[in-house]
Design a protein around this ligand. Structure first.
Ligand SMILES: Cc1ncc(COP(=O)(O)O)c(C=O)c1O
Length: 378
């Protein structure tokens, strides 16, 4: 079976971890500082700070933006549920705005229509590694005096006009979960150019401690720190990232080319001067006889890993359909999510199928994968 995801771990990662183990200092310290410096340089931001995982990075960032109970945060429903849940954890209200069905990313045109006097922030997600329309989103945010938090958890190395995602918004969050383009098993990073937001993140992720550490605490916070043991892997993975993104883009370009004659297969659109990092390659299938689930089964029968991920967009998940059970519901007005219809998200949820695009996919593998799709649908 050609797996849908395959992390690359080599001698470099092993040696880096062993060195930290030998040092006897495993918690967050100087190796993490080194990782943060290298990551900020790569993304092109002034500051970066590690977090336990992408969820912790998002929560810390939302807290640093001082999002309060009852505030509305606009986001996409076509995402991993952590994007929405971190908003709801703050007691804030996720306002789901539909996506553009060709890019699968939040539609800037629709954002404006969703802004109310309670809106405090916009959280675009670069879904599958495809950059959201950040320039337009930043303009809208500026016009309405809103914060923007990029959920770049799937998009390490994606770019718009040569500028890396994670460097457009007031603050951004990355995940290094085991299947990501760069990974540490679990792990996360916050990036920002704003010193005040950065300082707040440092305190929030460390129980409100000041810069000197110790046992004086200045605000409520979490333990969202990340171990040096984990950062050591991150440093080595970051060195691999440009090569990983290049290989993913080459595989994606091959599929795009192979599928260009198939009317029933429509790849995710990359807008002009946008470069996806292709964390996921998942075209839409519009075929009269073969539906997406059948396509996935057929691929698996031919030893190709395949799946769909957000068949249920966030507004269709029980979490939000039963929002009245959430502890903040007593204090905060949530919309009736069951009444919400977001047709583009629901359509993409029902029609996309994922095929392997990672660097472990050999030329023969990708020929085989494209052949199975082609032969099935033509
Ligand atoms: C879009 C998105 N946001 C947030 C997260 C949360 O990251 P983590 O799993 O590291 O907590 C993920 C992770 O899979 C993600 O894909």
């Amino acid at each position: 079976m050609i797996p849908i995801a395959k992390p690359i771990l080599g001698q470099q990662e092993i040696e880096a971890v062993v060195e930290v183990l030998k040092s006897g200092f495993l918690a967050e310290g100087k190796v993490s500082r080194e990782f943060e410096k290298a990551f900020a340089e790569y993304v092109g931001t002034e500051y970066a700070t590690v977090a336990t995982n992408g969820t912790a990075a998002l929560s810390t960032a939302l807290d640093a933006l001082e999002i309060k109970p009852g505030d509305e945060v606009i986001t996409t429903p076509f995402t991993f549920i952590a994007s929405a849940n971190t908003i709801a954890m703050m007691g804030a209200v996720p306002i789901f705005v539909d996506i553009d069905p060709s890019t699968y990313n939040i539609s800037p045109e629709r954002i404006e229509g969703a802004i109310t006097e309670k809106t405090r922030a916009i959280m675009p997600v670069h879904i599958f590694g495809m950059p959201a329309e950040m320039k337009r989103i930043m303009e809208i945010a500026e016009d309405h005096d809103l914060f923007v938090l990029e959920d770049a958890c799937q998009a390490h190395g994606a770019e718009i006009d040569g500028k890396k995602v994670g460097s457009f918004a007031h603050v951004s969050a990355f995940s290094f979960y085991a299947t990501k383009n760069m990974m540490t098993g679990e792990g996360g990073m916050i990036t920002t150019d704003d010193e005040e937001i950065y300082d707040r993140c440092l305190m929030i992720k460390n129980h409100g401690r000041g810069k000197k550490g110790g046992y004086s605490h200045f605000r409520i916070g979490y333990n969202n720190r990340m171990m040096d043991l984990v950062s050591a892997i991150g440093i080595e993975q970051l060195k691999r990232l440009p090569g990983v993104v290049k290989a993913r883009r080459q595989n994606a370009a091959y599929y795009d080319d192979m599928f260009s004659e198939l009317k029933s297969v429509v790849p995710q659109e990359e807008l002009k001067n946008f470069e996806s990092s292709y964390h996921v390659y998942a075209p839409l299938l519009h075929h009269e006889e073969i539906d997406r689930d059948k396509m996935i089964d057929l691929l698996k029968k031919h030893e190709v890993g395949s799946r769909s991920v957000y068949a249920l967009p966030c507004h269709k998940q029980d979490t939000y359909l039963n929002i009245e059970d959430w502890r903040w519901a007593e204090f905060v007005d949530y919309p009736d999510y069951s009444e919400i219809s977001l047709p583009a998200s629901e359509m993409v949820g029902n029609k996309h199928f994922e095929i392997p695009v990672h660097p472990g996919v050999s030329k023969e593998d990708r020929e085989h994968i494209a052949h199975v799709v082609y032969e099935t649908l033509s």
